[in-house]
Ligand binder design. Structure first.
Ligand SMILES: Cc1cc2nc3c(=O)[nH]c(=O)nc-3n(C[C@H](O)[C@H](O)[C@H](O)COP(=O)(O)OP(=O)(O)OC[C@H]3O[C@@H](n4cnc5c(N)ncnc54)[C@H](O)[C@@H]3O)c2cc1C
Length: 468
């Protein structure tokens, strides 16, 4: 019997697998690639990117994982505060100044400034909520973050605003994958704290692209990772767990002492057939929104006005944000290399509107809007473009989510859950939950090892000295 089986080789499953690499561990991944919602491909000096792109910094679980596996991450050099709206293209500055710098009616400006002031007061409260208290567990801190303003939606918090003012807030908040009337007020406020770089940040990029991390983990785990293995059922028994999966059309089954389920909540709910009923109920209530993203490789030969930008919010476009994936390359070069890489992504309602469209159509829509924002012959410089759609892109925190947390993190006796849906910080939550699930699984198997019966003594006594 194996010590552990990990289901899912996204960042959470790979983090668990990495920490369990000394045990007899098998990692089963349904797809033909590892990484799940991290997905990038190298192109010369650049990389195309379709999934998660910014990561937590020093002191985080992600930072520890990167250090252990030897993958380099750096602070993103470009500004995270670009915005293009109503013909204005703002590159830098405090976002509180944006309503004055973007053409809009006086009524919209007043509403935006008033709401912005209310929001900044709450961001300051949120920063205090996320502050690490000495001696406190990560779980306690996470619960406090979920509890913050979890009784109403962000839309209720800001109220009805003139469209231009609402668009300013929508473009940031919906990057959570939830619409303003879906996510909790606290989560929306928290998202602004991320954008403002206050409290807890996602502001590091992985050199070479995010898949450098997941592929490195996969290589380190070697043949412990099985691709194309679709897990159908995980059944817990008193002293082991049975995992059934389909691989190349063949049904397989193995027993393990423990299982880490590192799939999205909907899959964990479907596959974990006899998880405790309260846990299954909580899993069924977790909510995700969609993202549709397009990656563009360009061949410009000289500097571009957006070279010093990383993120350009686009409140009136088909995407919420454009991300300059070449920013890390720009930050490290002494002479401007030719070429570049951009990523657009349409979250929440914008993504839902594109999910059923053909790839070419999405690509054209994104390219049209990006070209209108960037100008300078951007569209003509595109040499490669690909779209990816993520129907289940990111979990978002909705009013009432806080009360599910204890149940979701409890797991069962031998099955432990991991995944970004267990926390509020996306990739960081995926890694942290993967590490925690691994720790719990290892402690069960460690106990078992100490209780193993000793092997029967050998009948061969020739090595014994004859005394007397
Ligand atoms: C466009 C986009 C942008 C994002 N931007 C950011 C960002 O900038 N920063 C950030 O921190 N986060 C971001 N995120 C979110 C981030 O990508 C996720 O939080 C993180 O990758 C989730 O990792 P995970 O391991 O929990 O889940 P997943 O990556 O979804 O991994 C689950 C794995 O389980 C596998 N699986 C599913 N079903 C089965 C089955 N039956 N059997 C076996 N395997 C199965 C899947 O194929 C997958 O590999 C973004 C996401 C998207 C889509």
């Amino acid at each position: 019997m194996r010590d552990m089986i990990v289901v899912g080789a996204g960042l959470a499953g790979l983090s668990a697998g990495w920490r369990l690499r000394h045990w007899d561990t098998l990692v089963l991944e349904a797809s033909t690639r590892v990484g799940g919602r991290l997905s990038s491909e190298r192109r010369g000096d650049y990389w195309l990117n379709w999934g998660g792109h910014v990561f937590s910094g020093p002191g985080s679980s992600t930072d520890r994982l990167l250090g252990e596996i030897g993958v380099e991450a750096v602070d993103i050099p470009g500004s995270l505060q670009g915005m293009a709206m109503n013909g204005a293209f703002i590159k830098k500055g405090h976002i509180a100044t944006y309503p004055f710098r973007i053409p809009m009616s006086a009524k919209a400006k007043v509403a935006a400034v008033r709401t912005g002031a209310k929001l900044i007061t709450q961001v300051a409260r949120y920063v205090d909520v996320v502050r690490v208290r000495p001696g406190e567990s990560g779980a306690k801190r996470q619960q406090r973050i979920y509890d913050f303003a979890n009784d109403r939606t962000f839309q209720d918090f800001i109220g009805d605003l003139p469209e231009d003012a609402a668009a300013l807030f929508r473009t940031t908040v919906t990057r959570s994958a939830g619409n303003m009337d879906q996510i909790s007020a606290g989560a929306g406020i928290g998202y602004f704290s991320l954008v403002l770089g206050m409290g807890q940040g996602l502001n590091r990029g992985i050199v070479g692209g995010p898949s450098t991390l997941t592929e490195s983990l996969s290589v380190a785990l070697g043949d412990r990772v099985r691709l194309g293995a679709v897990v159908d059922e995980v059944v817990e028994h008193d002293d082991h767990v049975t995992v059934r999966w389909t691989e190349s059309g063949v049904q397989r089954e193995e027993a393990a002492r423990t299982v880490v389920m590192a799939t999205t909540a909907d899959v964990t709910h479907r596959v974990g057939v006899n998880l405790p009923e309260s846990l299954r109920e909580a899993l069924s209530l977790v909510k995700y929104g969609p993202h549709v993203s397009t990656a563009f490789l360009t061949n410009e030969t000289g500097p571009r006005p957006w070279d010093d930008l990383y993120a350009i919010a686009a409140p009136k476009a088909s995407f919420a944000i454009a991300l300059n994936q070449a920013s890390i390359v720009r930050g490290a070069e002494t002479t401007r290399k030719p070429g570049g890489s951009m990523m657009t992504f349409s979250p929440a309602g914008l993504g839902a509107a594109l999910l059923d469209k053909h790839d070419d159509e999405v690509k054209d829509i994104h390219l049209h809007d990006l070209d209108a924002i960037l100008g300078h012959g951007f569209a003509d410089s595109v040499v490669e473009a690909h779209t990816k759609r993520w129907a289940v892109a990111s979990p978002y925190c909705f009013p009432g989510r806080a009360k599910l947390q204890t149940t979701l993190t409890r797991g069962s006796d031998r099955v432990f859950l991991a995944g970004d849906f267990l926390g509020t910080l996306y990739t960081e939550s995926a890694v942290t939950s993967g590490f925690e699930a691994a720790q719990r699984a290892a402690s069960i198997v460690a106990t078992h090892r100490q209780r193993r019966p000793l092997r029967a003594p050998s009948a061969d006594t020739s090595h014994l000295a004859v005394v007397g």
